[in-house]
Write a protein that binds this ligand. Structure first.
Ligand SMILES: [Zn+2]
Length: 486
């Protein structure tokens, strides 16, 4: 019984090789033929690509913060509409497991769990749309083992407790360890602590993914530290949201990539195609440290205690309120929910984005923060279509097959998504069908919650989840296990 057929497609199989033409056939959640004429039956769902639409493996968003979104927004509409079928979760040192009591994830689920298996049970019971591959987060385990606000090195016993969490996560299917070394409490860990934890991931073949200690003035030192951790721990390295923040540092991404090439180490990266970054305001500034320059470059994305500030510049809000930016920061951060305020800061150059996208080992990661109450950074809804609109069609710096490779087979191999990322017979049927002449992001900073154009159909594990603007409501996603084809 053939379940689904995409007819007359331009086939981008994920390898980066030239487009082929033909049909793609799906049965029982797997791809059963690629390129050959499909044999449809009476119950077969058929999509006509008219010789114009590309059929490729579903895109893999390698940098997400969707650990809680699997529960809070199980349809994952903002990802599915971009053509994403798998998400790497647990980035920047923050994972949804073990539940720490300081994240909001267990209150959403109404339960807690001590490990990845517990998290798997909770999210799987409710169901969710996309596949997810977990990293275990250093910040999360450090909160448990050392404490959330202890600015000191871990003791040997605490280090061993953290290594235990990493080992257990790897046994339960995680793909590696992530760090967020600008954040609390990860920033208090020295290089040796990270090497010790990455070694525990390496024992199971896992990788080390890092939001590095500094992405501006000391970018190159941070890259050197990250490469060293991989070398000493014996594991591959993945650098998250590669960037050079701050005008004085523009251009350094080129030096950073050169440093990686010279190291000879096994390093991959991801980036998102926007010049603004975004994250929790409380992690970047305090009422004492906030500067006029920072306030001028930043706007409010989500601001739970003062929704009227959302979408507005920090300096402009302070001026309207007749207070200093320090007083404004104090007002927000002291209010209930104020520490969940998300800021969006403009600090990168277009030229650096161009350098990033042209690097062969560069994947795509949205870094979207999935809180739809406010005005999220448009990357949450627009990242993947924007690559095609800006860099494939717009500037013509990478081809459709190469863009697809960076979004599919490259991340699948790196993060251990077995049986995914390639259109081959026997692979899982995670597919996207899109119009290469149309696909584009329409989410903006002012109006960020808009789904892109040009994505026709998205299929996950053989089930249709998106049909030209309509979400089917299906939740076929699986919490994947590292290098396990199931
Ligand atoms: Zn990060």
């Amino acid at each position: 019984m053939i379940d689904l057929v995409v007819r007359d497609a331009l086939i981008a199989d994920g390898s980066g090789g030239p487009l082929a033409s033909g049909d793609v056939t799906v049965a029982e959640g797997r791809i059963v033929s690629v390129g050959e004429p499909a044999q449809a039956g009476p119950g077969t769902v058929e999509f006509d690509a008219r010789g114009e639409l590309v059929c490729s493996p579903g895109f893999i968003d390698v940098h997400t913060h969707d650990d809680a979104a699997l529960i809070r927004y199980p349809g994952l509409e903002f990802k599915v509409a971009q053509g994403c079928t798998s998400l790497v979760i647990g980035n920047c040192g923050f994972s949804g497991f073990p539940a720490t009591g300081v994240e909001d994830i267990e209150s959403i689920a109404g339960a807690t769990w001590p490990d990845l298996d517990g998290y798997r049970g909770a999210v799987t019971a409710a169901g969710f749309a996309c596949n997810a591959m977990p990293l275990i987060g250093h910040n999360t385990v450090r909160m448990l083992a050392v404490g959330p606000a202890d600015p000191r090195a871990a003791t040997p016993a605490e280090l061993e407790a953290m290594r235990g969490h990493v080992r257990r996560a790897m046994e339960q299917g995680a793909c590696g360890l992530s760090t967020g070394l600008i954040y609390t409490p990860g920033k208090w860990a020295g290089t040796e602590e990270i090497v010790a934890l990455a070694s525990a991931a390496a024992e199971a073949g896992g990788l080390y993914a890092s939001h590095m200690r500094d992405e501006g003035e000391h970018l190159l030192d941070s890259v050197a530290e990250t490469v060293r951790i991989g070398r000493e721990a014996g594991c591959p390295v993945h650098i998250s949201h590669h960037k050079a923040g701050g005008r004085a540092n523009w251009g350094k991404v080129r030096d950073s990539l050169a440093l990686i090439d010279e190291s000879g180490e096994d390093v991959t990266l991801d980036f998102y195609p926007y010049t603004a970054s975004s994250g929790p305001m409380a992690e970047y500034v305090t009422p004492e440290t906030i500067t006029r320059d920072w306030a001028d470059r930043n706007r409010f994305g989500n601001c739970p205690p003062f929704p009227e500030y959302q979408g507005r510049g920090v300096s402009a809000v302070a001026a309207d309120e007749g207070i200093t930016v320090g007083e404004l920061a104090a007002r927000i951060l002291a209010a209930p929910g104020g520490r969940r305020t998300i800021s969006i800061g403009f600090g990168m150059s277009e030229e650096d984005l161009l350098t990033n996208v042209q690097y062969p080992q560069m994947m795509i990661g949205s870094d979207g923060i999935p809180d739809l109450d406010g005005l999220p950074h448009p990357r949450l809804f627009g990242t993947f279509p924007r690559i095609f609109a800006e860099y494939v069609r717009g500037q013509g710096v990478i081809s459709v097959p190469e863009a697809v490779r960076r979004m599919t087979s490259l991340p699948a191999a790196r993060f251990g998504l077995a049986g995914r990322g390639s259109l081959t017979t026997g692979a899982h049927a995670d597919l996207v069908v899109f119009d290469p002449a149309v696909i584009r992001d329409v989410a903006t900073y002012e109006d960020p919650k808009r789904e892109p154009e040009g994505v026709h159909w998205v299929v996950i594990n053989g089930q249709l989840v998106y049909d030209r603007g309509r979400h089917s409501g299906a939740r076929p996603g699986q919490l994947l296990r590292f290098r396990t084809d199931s």
